[in-house]
Design a protein around this ligand. Structure first.
Ligand code: TYM
Length: 374
C-alpha cells in the first residue's frame, strides 16, 4: 500500500507532505541564508515578499551569480512552462518573481514552452493541443508585463532547429543509467520522454549560441524542476559553459487539504481564465484552519498555519507585513472567522484576475514580438 503522506517530488508529480528542509538535503541544494538576502538587497533594494517570506527558500550558485555580477559579468534568466492546460495561480509565482529579477538586473529572459514535453508525457494530449496551450500560456506570461526587448519565448516544436544541435551535445554526454537514476525512467517509459531532458537543458546555453557571449544563466522555478538542472550542471562545463544556477520556490498549495496547486485537481485550483463565479466558489470551498462552528472559532481562534486561504495572503495577496501580522493575530484570537478572510481573498483574487484577463487578451496583438524567432 502506498503511504499517502510519503513525499514524492519529481518534475511530473508532487505528492504527500512536502518537507522542504529534507528536499534541500536530498537534492543537495543550498538554503537561502540571511547573508545571501542581505547581498541581494544591495541590488534589489526592498525585498519582494516572495523572498521576505521565504517562498523562495533554496538555490544553487546564486552567490556565485551575484559575485560575478558584482565583477561586471551579466547573467541571463531562464524559466518555462509545460503547456498541458491553462495556467493556474501557482505557475504565476515563479514568473512574477522572474519579472522582478528582470526589472532589477536588466537581464534577458529565455522562456521555454515545452509543447513537445507535454505531448510525449501526457497520454491524452495531441500535439495540436499542446501547441495551442503553449500559445495561450504565452499570453499569461506577457500579461505580467515582461519587456519584449528583453524576453524571448521558445516554442519547442516550432523552434526545434534552434535547439537541436545543443540538445544533441547534451544528450551524448548523459548516460541512460544517470537519466534513469535522476528521473526514475522505467522499461515502459517511451523513448521520447527519455531523450526529452536534453531539450530542457538547451535554454541554459542558448544565449551563448545566439550572441557569442558566454554568460551564466539563473533559473527561477519551483523545486520540482531541480532534477533537470542536476543533469545539466554535470554536462555544462564539458561543453564549455557555466553551470546553470537556480533559485527554488515552494509550492503554492491548492485550496484543498494538502498538496500543491495542480491542474489535475481543478476544483482546488484557480486558473487565470476562471470567471468571478468560479473564483468565489473555489475560495468558499477552501480548506481552512477554522473550527467546526463559528461559535467555537470565536472562542478558540483558528489556525493560520494550516489554512490555505491564509497562505494566499502570505505568498501572493497581502504585501503589507503589518496587515498580514494583524490578520494572523486576529485569526488566532477568534476576532475574525473564515468567512471574513474568504470574502477579502475572493475580492483580491477577482480584482487581480480581471485585470490579468484584460492584459492577457491585449497580449494577442503583441505576442509575436516576444517570439525568439521574431
Ligand atoms: P510546469 O508547467 O509544470 O510549471 C511551470 C512553472 O510553475 C512552477 N510550479 C509551481 N510553482 C509554485 N506553486 C505551484 N503549485 C506550482 N506548480 C508548478 C514550476 O516549478 C515551473 O517553474 N518542464 C517544465 C517547463 C520548463 C521549465 C523550464 C520550468 C521548461 N524549462 C525552466 C522551469 C524552468 C514544466 O512542465 O513546468
Amino acid at each position: 500500500m502506498p503511504n499517502e503522506d510519503e513525499m514524492v517530488v519529481t518534475p511530473w508529480e508532487v505528492r504527500g507532505r512536502v518537507d522542504y528542509e529534507k528536499l534541500i538535503r536530498e537534492f543537495g541544494t543550498q538554503p537561502i541564508t540571511e547573508e545571501l538576502l542581505e547581498q541581494l538587497k544591495k541590488h534589489l533594494g526592498e525585498l519582494h515578499l516572495q523572498l521576505r517570506r521565504r517562498l523562495f527558500f533554496s538555490h544553487r550558485d546564486l552567490d556565485l551569480i551575484l559575485q560575478l555580477y558584482e565583477q561586471g559579468k551579466k547573467f541571463t534568466l531562464y524559466t518555462g512552462r509545460g503547456p498541458s492546460g491553462h495556467v493556474h495561480v501557482g505557475h504565476l509565482v515563479p514568473w512574477i518573481f522572474t519579472k522582478y529579477l528582470q526589472d532589477n538586473f536588466d537581464t534577458r529572459l529565455y522562456f521555454q514552452m515545452t509543447d513537445d514535453e507535454k505531448f510525449v508525457i501526457e497520454e491524452n494530449l495531441e500535439l495540436r493541443e499542446t501547441k495551442e496551450f503553449a500559445y495561450e500560456n504565452a499570453l499569461d506570461l506577457i500579461a505580467l508585463g515582461f519587456k519584449p526587448e528583453n524576453t524571448f519565448i521558445i516554442f519547442d516544436v516550432q523552434d526545434i532547429g534552434l535547439l537541436y544541435d545543443i540538445a544533441l551535445e547534451v544528450s551524448k554526454r548523459v548516460t541512460f543509467s544517470t537519466a534513469r537514476a535522476v528521473f526514475g525512467f522505467q522499461d515502459s517509459t517511451n523513448i521520447g520522454w527519455i531523450f526529452w531532458p536534453a531539450i530542457q537543458a538547451v535554454p541554459c546555453f542558448i544565449h551563448s549560441k545566439l550572441t557569442g557571449e558566454n554568460v551564466p544563466s539563473l533559473i527561477p522555478a519551483a523545486i520540482d524542476q531541480d532534477p533537470y538542472w542536476r543533469v545539466t550542471r554535470d554536462v555544462a562545463q564539458k561543453l564549455g559553459y557555466f553551470k546553470p544556477a537556480q533559485i527554488h520556490c515552494r509550492f503554492v498549495p491548492g485550496l484543498g487539504k494538502g498538496g500543491k496547486m495542480s491542474a489535475s485537481e481543478p476544483e482546488t485550483c484557480i486558473f487565470t481564465t476562471d470567471t468571478p463565479h468560479d473564483i468565489k466558489t473555489k475560495i468558499w470551498n477552501a480548506f481552512t484552519g477554522g473550527r467546526p462552528t463559528v461559535k467555537e472559532q470565536r472562542k478558540l481562534g483558528g489556525e493560520p498555519d494550516i489554512c490555505t486561504v491564509y497562505q494566499y495572503f502570505l505568498y501572493l495577496f497581502e504585501d503589507n507585513d503589518d496587515k498580514l501580522a494583524e490578520r494572523q493575530g486576529d485569526c488566532r484570537t477568534g476576532r475574525i472567522v473564515c468567512g471574513d478572510c474568504k470574502a477579502v481573498l475572493t475580492e483580491r483574487v477577482t480584482e487581480f484576475l480581471l485585470d490579468h484577463q484584460r492584459k492577457r487578451e491585449r497580449a494577442r496583438d503583441t505576442v509575436e514580438d516576444f517570439f525568439i524567432t521574431r
